[in-house]
Design a protein around this ligand. Structure first.
Ligand code: SF4
Length: 454
């Protein structure tokens, strides 16, 4: 790969190479899969939804269902009203979901289809629902698609009845089902009655039963989404991913929210635990105290392997910020921190973390891509990479160990079942980071021994 000067890098604004994000509908489908008996529906051509389903299936290793309006040339010219009407009828007739969650694609956005008016005019079977959101993929990323779809559900379904249900709503952010399970376990330990929305646990990590179930047991129920409007409060996890839906629910139903970072690492998990404990007025149980203590013990035991090691972290904004916070707690240097999602808040928050731990010479950037990260690494190498599968070409080219964490991970298994949030999740990250660095040290020592023998 050719090296580019900083000036050349600065000038590249219109092109992304290996972009560190994917398109909005991928996030919209993932959100809709976290709703029980919901069929995500892509208003566009078949090619789009094939790609989105493939992308999700490769990460979760479980089928990601979604239907399509199947645009052809005619729909592209005259609009997709007839297509979506036929599609909705067929989907209810054949696949029998309780709700269809429609999102748009680049094509339907460009021709300007008014999905809301299509939905108002179509015949929907009694007891069934259709909601929608707009996900033009030439702006934002799958993270925007995820929270736009959350907003779509809230807009159509959440209502305030005036009678509180005494629950706290937890918006988990764009995380794996294993992470959602861990967040729910922590909430249960703190005896906080909650509604998690969306919730892909039990859907994208459903057990093998010997027969295919189109709608597994998991997912937030429609009545729970409606009841979000009667919750006492929202804990919105992931300051970049969860703020818009939380703000919408506040505006629509006057439910206040507390915006917190994803609970990755000690301090962010402490914040999550404290917020739940304040809400439920339940003291932090020994089980959680013990896990926290174990995490610190592990960090101390292995610190000589990672202390002051430099690391490049890439991926989704809240996940990257969470991992950055953890590696700073470990005494590592997060030299390069990037996301492909265009949110400038990301850069500011990363820089605040650098300042909090007084580390210097670290760079953070939103709307960045892996090509640019590779250039930075060529100019000044790091000891470790943390991120999804697409960074492995950098790892291979520069001979740097890679810890796979975040989204997408398409060349490994089990990751989506294993949390990286909470104290347990942090233990797993510390284990993976230490092992990767120790493996590298072992290999370097073996190479040196070989040289001496020769
Ligand atoms: S055309 Fe747009 S929506 Fe379809 S796959 Fe490409 S970026 Fe995604």
């Amino acid at each position: 790969m050719l090296s580019m000067t900083p000036k050349e890098l600065k000038e590249r604004t219109a092109l992304r190479i290996n972009p560190c994000k994917t398109c909005q509908p991928v996030g919209a489908i993932y959100c809709a899969l976290g709703v029980h008996k919901c069929m995500p529906h892509s208003h566009g051509s078949q090619g789009c939804v094939s790609f989105h389903r493939m992308f999700l299936t490769r990460h979760f290793k479980d089928p990601a269902i979604a239907s399509t309006s199947s645009f052809t040339e005619g729909a592209s010219v005259f609009g997709g009203r007839t297509n979506i009407e036929t599609a909705v009828k067929n989907v209810f007739d054949i696949y029998d979901p309780d709700i269809i969650a429609v999102h748009t694609t680049c094509l339907s956005e460009t021709i300007g289809d008014d999905i809301n008016s299509f939905i108002q005019d179509m015949t929907i079977p009694e007891g069934k629902l259709v909601v929608h959101t707009n996900t033009p993929s030439y702006v934002g990323s799958h993270i925007n698609g995820f929270y736009n779809m959350m907003c779509g559900f809230i807009k159509y379904l959440s209502r305030k009845t005036g009678k509180s249900n005494g629950k706290i709503a937890i918006f988990p952010g764009f995380v794996n089902p294993g992470d959602m399970r861990e967040m729910k376990r922590i909430a249960s330990l703190l005896k906080a009655p909650f509604i998690m929305f969306p919730d892909t646990s039990g859907v994208m990590d459903a057990p093998m039963t010997g027969h295919y179930e189109m709608y597994p047991k998991g997912g937030t129920k429609i009545e729970e989404i409606a009841a979000l409007g009667d919750c006492e409060k929202v804990i919105a996890l992931g300051e970049i991913t969860s703020e818009e839906p939380a703000a919408l629910l506040e505006k629509q139903c006057k439910v206040p929210y507390e915006l917190l970072p994803l609970p990755i690492g000690i301090s962010a998990t402490d914040e999550f635990v404290t917020a739940l404990s304040k809400f439920s007025k339940c003291e932090v149980p020994y089980e959680l105290e013990e896990e926290r203590g174990q995490l610190i013990d592990i960090m101390l035991d292995a610190h000589q392997y990672y202390y002051k090691k430099s690391v490049a972290i890439y991926g989704d904004p809240d996940t990257v910020l969470g991992i950055t916070s953890l590696v700073l707690e470990m005494g590592m240097i997060p030299k390069y921190v990037i996301t492909g999602t265009p949110k400038e808040d990301f850069t500011r928050k990363a820089e605040e973390l650098f300042a909090r731990y007084s580390v210097e010479g670290c760079k953070a950037k939103a709307s960045a891509d892996l090509f640019e990260l590779h250039q930075w690494i060529k100019n000044e190498k790091v000891d470790l990479l943390i991120g999804g599968t697409h960074g492995k070409t950098i790892a291979r080219a520069e001979d740097i160990p890679l810890v796979r964490a975040g989204f997408p991970i398409i060349d490994r298994y089990v990751h989506s079942y294993m949390p990286i949030v909470g104290y347990k999740g942090a233990m797993r990250l510390v284990e993976m980071i230490s092992n990767a660095l120790m493996d590298r040290m072992d290999r370097d020592c073996a190479d040196e021994d070989l040289e001496i023998v020769m």
